[in-house]
Design a protein around this ligand. Structure first.
Ligand SMILES: *Cc1c(COP(=O)(O)O)cnc(C)c1O
Length: 495
């Protein structure tokens, strides 16, 4: 059975259920398993398999302490009629290339792929110390999309509550309304005075606060856990769509079994692209993974120089879900790429915490660069790409996907290797920016922008987004960074 331990030490030995329930290791590291890659996912008969079947193939390898019934029940419920496309993550032609749309779930962002199933995994885990009354409180910081997707996944899920913090004024109006109108008796939404990195760092501190954990356990029977992509249960479901992409390319006769494929991935916390790396380790013929950033190009600098330096200006861009200076999941990549060296990983992460920067040895950088290519786009380039892609292909990109599109255009195409651009959000989540880029009317409300975009491009507005205009706002709280821990305690008491 797969055993999970921290990226920073090998002392833990947890099952996947335990790792999912716990979220993050006590030493601040992320859970990894050294068995990754020992059992491969067969690709010979991928063509014709449904998303749900592929999901079972992949999840049963990685989460091998779940029974077949458990996994199948989770998969059926998570990837059902709440998706607007029965292929779940459809792959469509885009000129000479391909685009995989990850936004057909209930909140119109790719995070639904993982967050529709994580609560169902969580419900099948059991308390570590045998407190049968123990409930789980999910605490999450969001740069915009995770929050809503997590709320939608965990709303009214038995035995759990959820508290979401978002940086005030730094998410789009649509994103904010998506969160503050969330229904459910176990949900809490709160704005924070600070940026996403401040909020995420504080959430990590809350997880590391042993006194708080003891109080919550004793007074409220509550244990904290995470729905950010640091949670194994969030990462693993994302591996599935890389295999699904390959299946669809096989069906469209764009590849034969074994042919290599490149993936271009709009990146923030490094979760999505890391899932592509896992897919490769599980046997998918991935040639290159292209890390596409926005103006917060800390990953671009790292992948080109070997130095990761978070001490730099933080830019609020039109792609807010990629406005991140600390890409948490990079830690997992460093662990695997350093041939599973927890001491090196701990050392680098300590440098990052202490000095705001770290540098990897040159051999390690060379190794990383063989697989990961990189590029970034500034905001003018993003706007230009939205316009260009629509005029050339009649396809409307959201600003995040447009970063990836720009980077893809910059790279020489190899006719023998198909390229799949991962589309991470519906353009209707960012209608004002998209309209502006397309030269459409963008001075009314976000909903007027949606209507205009739909009318002028002949594309459909996701009904859940359009209906936000008349939904009731339930949450108006806003706290300072220093009060986040206290806020979580209050929410736990109410659970
Ligand atoms: C979260 C998000 C990303 C970045 O994904 P990571 O897994 O954090 O790298 C990109 N685009 C959108 C729309 C997102 O919501």
């Amino acid at each position: 059975m797969n055993k999970f331990h921290s990226t920073r030490s090998t002392t833990d030995s947890l099952t996947s259920k335990q790792a999912i329930r716990k979220g993050i290791a006590d030493d601040g590291g992320l859970f990894v398993t050294d068995e990754l890659g020992e059992r491969l996912v067969p690709i010979d008969d991928l063509a014709g398999r449904s998303y749900q079947q592929i999901a079972y193939d992949v999840l049963s390898v990685l989460l091998d302490d779940f029974t077949e019934e458990e996994l199948k029940a989770c998969i059926t419920k998570a990837y059902g009629p709440q998706w607007s496309d029965e292929r779940i993550t459809p792959v469509k032609p885009l000129g000479q290339d391909w685009v995989m749309e990850l936004f057909h779930g209930p909140t119109s962002a790719f995070k639904d792929v993982a967050l529709q199933i994580l609560p169902r995994f969580m419900a099948r885990t059991t308390p570590a110390d045998g407190d049968p009354d123990e409930k789980i409180m999910i605490v999450t910081a969001t740069s915009g999309d995770t929050g809503k997707a997590a709320l939608a996944g965990f709303a009214d899920a038995e035995g759990t509550g959820i508290t979401v913090f978002y940086p005030q004024g730094r998410v789009s109006r649509v994103q904010e309304l998506q969160m503050t109108t969330q229904q459910g008796s176990n949900v809490n939404v709160c704005a924070v005075e600070g940026n996403f990195d401040d909020a995420q760092s504080t959430v990590k501190k809350i997880f590391g606060d042993r006194d708080l954990a003891a109080r919550l356990e004793k007074d409220a029977h509550v244990a904290l856990s995470s729905a950010n992509s640091i949670n194994v249960g969030r990462l693993v479901p994302q591996v599935v769509y890389y295999f699904s992409a390959y299946a669809q390319l096989l069906e469209q006769q764009a590849v034969n079994v074994g042919d290599p494929v490149d993936f271009v991935v709009p990146t923030g916390n490094f979760g999505d692209v890391l899932a592509g790396y896992y897919a490769k380790m599980l046997g998918l013929p991935v040639r290159q993974l292209v890390v596409a950033s926005d103006r917060n190009n800390v990953l671009f600098d790292f992948l080109t120089t070997g130095t990761y330096n978070r001490k730099r200006p933080f830019y609020e861009t039109i792609s807010p879900s990629m406005d991140i200076l600390i890409s948490s999941n990079l830690e997992r990549m460093l662990y695997y790429m350093s041939e599973k060296d927890p001491r090196l990983t701990a050392y680098l992460m300590n440098d990052l915490a202490e000095w705001g920067a770290f540098e990897v040895p040159p051999e390690l950088l060379a190794q990383i660069r063989r697989l990961f290519a990189t590029g970034w786009a500034d905001e003018d380039q993003v706007r230009r790409m939205i316009a260009e892609c629509f005029s050339e292909h009649g396809y409307v990109l959201d600003p995040h996907t447009a970063c990836g599109y720009f980077v893809m255009q910059q790279m020489p195409a190899d006719p023998g290797v198909p390229r799949v651009l991962l589309s991470t959000a519906s353009p209707y989540k960012f209608p004002r920016v998209v309209n502006e880029a397309l030269g459409l009317k963008h001075d009314g409300t976000d909903f007027e922008c949606m209507d205009e975009l739909s009318e002028k491009t002949g594309t459909e507005i996701p009904p859940m987004l359009r209906s936000l205009e008349t939904a009731d706002v339930r949450f108006r709280d806003c706290v300072e960074i220093s009060d986040m821990g206290h806020y979580v305690e209050q929410c736990a008491d109410r659970l």
